[in-house]
Design a protein around this ligand. Structure first.
Ligand code: ADP
Ligand code: MG
Length: 333
């Protein structure tokens, strides 16, 4: 179990982590989600005692990291894959780690086998691909057979096979009753891996919820409408009190109203419809909206609720889809 209480980190004027309070529980995969620069790595470094909190507290199974008797047997972490002693062989890298932490030598062979690096164990890590480097980093995290594991953006830059492998590894570690905490800036990745979600934006907690709850609460239902009498129907929808957004390509998107009511309204106004289709917003959109609001809050000082009128959503137009540039919008600094 990892417990954070009011955890805060400032670098000069910049608040990287802002009053985070949440608990990471055993037996499940907890996804730590947020755009680049949200404060995920800083939070993880504080969990490991690599960075000192400005205020607040983080405990690993009830203790501060530096009070743990054998830290590697309590918590294993994969932080930055680049931070590898490239000159050593994979085997020697792990052996050094084991010897300096009182871990038996046989664990080195075991973890090499777990991560599938046995065949290249005597090769220098310098020549490893990104994927092999990640596997070696994970072997290091597993070395002490810890009850808690933490991975910072473990799938970054990996090929689909590597991503699949890491996903399954995390699930199986959680299935063994361990605490698994994994960060990502990709909702799509978390949706496939995590049982529970902690979402942050600009260092602040935005959501701490089970994955099914997040989906239920955040996937917005709306209806897409196409009509050649667009302006007239737009007026009619708004006059009827419906929240409408105009999207690229000339479609209208109507929030929270059944398709039947929109069809009836069209008939009343003798408006021809070319499309009337109920839609479910993707998790990507929900996530984008959640974090875009936190970004906009800082940028313009407007309360998030001010933009929930459904008629004007510059931060996250309902027509936006994963893949049409939402990744760029994530760099909410
Ligand atoms: P994430 O891992 O979510 O991408 P980080 O924790 O790396 O976010 O960074 C959070 C914020 O803190 C960013 O704005 C980053 O520029 C800033 N930051 C991180 N480390 C430092 C540091 N050592 N000095 C100054 N600013 C930092
Ligand atoms: Mg990071």
């Amino acid at each position: 179990m990892i417990e954070l209480e009011g955890l805060t980190k400032r670098y000069g004027e910049k608040t990287a982590v802002d009053d985070l309070t949440f608990t990471v529980r055993p037996g499940i995969v907890t996804g730590f989600l947020g755009p680049n620069g949200a404060g995920k790595s800083t939070t993880m470094r504080m969990m490991l005692g690599l960075d000192r909190p400005t205020s607040g507290d983080v405990r690993i199974d009830g203790r501060h990291y530096d009070r743990l008797k054998d830290p590697l047997t309590a918590i294993g972490a994969l932080l930055d894959a680049k931070a590898m002693h490239g000159g050593r062989t994979a085997y020697n890298h792990l052996l050094c780690l084991a010897q300096s932490n009182g871990i038996p030598r046989r664990r080195v062979d075991e973890v090499l086998d777990t991560v599938g690096l046995t065949a290249v164990a005597r090769k220098k890590a310098k020549g490893f691909s990104l994927g092999m480097g990640q596997r070696l980093g994970i072997a290091g995290a597993l070395l002490g057979d810890p009850r808690i594991l933490m991975f910072d953006e473990p799938v970054n830059g990996l090929d689909p096979e590597g991503i699949h492998w890491i996903r399954n590894l995390m699930k199986s570690l959680a299935g063994q009753g361990r605490t698994v905490f994994v960060s990502s800036h990709l909702m799509s990745e978390m949706a496939l891996t995590a049982d529970h979600l902690v979402v942050i934006g600009q260092g602040r907690l935005l959501a701490d919820t089970s994955m099914p709850d997040f989906i239920a609460r955040n996937s917005r239902g709306y209806v897409r409408v196409r009509t050649p009498q667009r302006e007239a129907f737009l007026d009619a929808l708004r006059a009827a009190g419906m929240a409408v957004a105009e999207v690229d390509g000339g479609a209208l998107e109507v929030d929270g109203v059944p398709a039947e009511r929109i069809g009836d309204l069209a008939a009343q106004h003798r408006v021809t419809l070319h499309e009337l289709s109920p839609q479910q917003a993707s998790l990507e959109e929900a996530f984008m909206q959640l974090t875009a609001e936190s970004v906009e809050y800082h940028a313009h000082g407007a309360a998030p609720s001010d933009r929930r009128d459904g008629t004007d959503r510059p931060a996250a137009p309902p027509g936006a889809r994963a893949g049409d540039g939402w990744g760029a919008g994530w760099e909410g600094k």
